[in-house]
Design a protein around this ligand. Sequence first.
Ligand code: FES
Length: 206
Amino acid sequence: MVAPAPDSRPAPTDLELRQERYRAYRHAHHADRLATRRRLLRWAIRLGTGAFSLALLLPALALRTLTREVQEVTAGDTLVYASGDQAGLPVAVAALAPGTAVQAFPEGKSGNERNLIEVVRLAAELPTGLVAYSAICTHLGCTVMPQLSAQGYIACPCHGSMFDPAAAAAVVHGPANRPLPALPIAVSSDGVVRAAGGFAGPVGPL
Ligand code: FES
């Protein structure tokens, strides 16, 4: 067996040892500083992204709130035909024959489809013979039919729910399990139908 050759390198001097230790310290310190910088950079990016998202979100939320406020049906709104030849014209009570219905929007608020209203002329007598409800089905939110069914009910074409307009739009056939919310209305001196308030309950499915 061959004995290992003796280390012929000269032993490091005191100065060299101190320089070596200093280099090691500098290296460790530099690595620490780099890690700290990376952490700060990551936080700065997160904060920047958050601030940017907030800057986009806040105006959108403000606009949405404003739009909702402006578009909800309220007392005094004139009801206008939602579709057909007379779309946009006021609904005159004289044009509604007993046993018929029309769909209407509050004037200037048709941008919010949840404002769609089913106006039903139950009978010639006023005001009891005229009622109005949300035209958005409480089951899954389809628009109900503008015409009454053969039995005089408000019918939803999606899954067959039926609501009785003469009984506060109670459900007479499911799957809906909640009546259509009522809209208080009044007929003004010129014979035009107007809203006398907002919907009595939440519109569409809960
Ligand atoms: Fe009207 Fe389903 S959405 S019955």
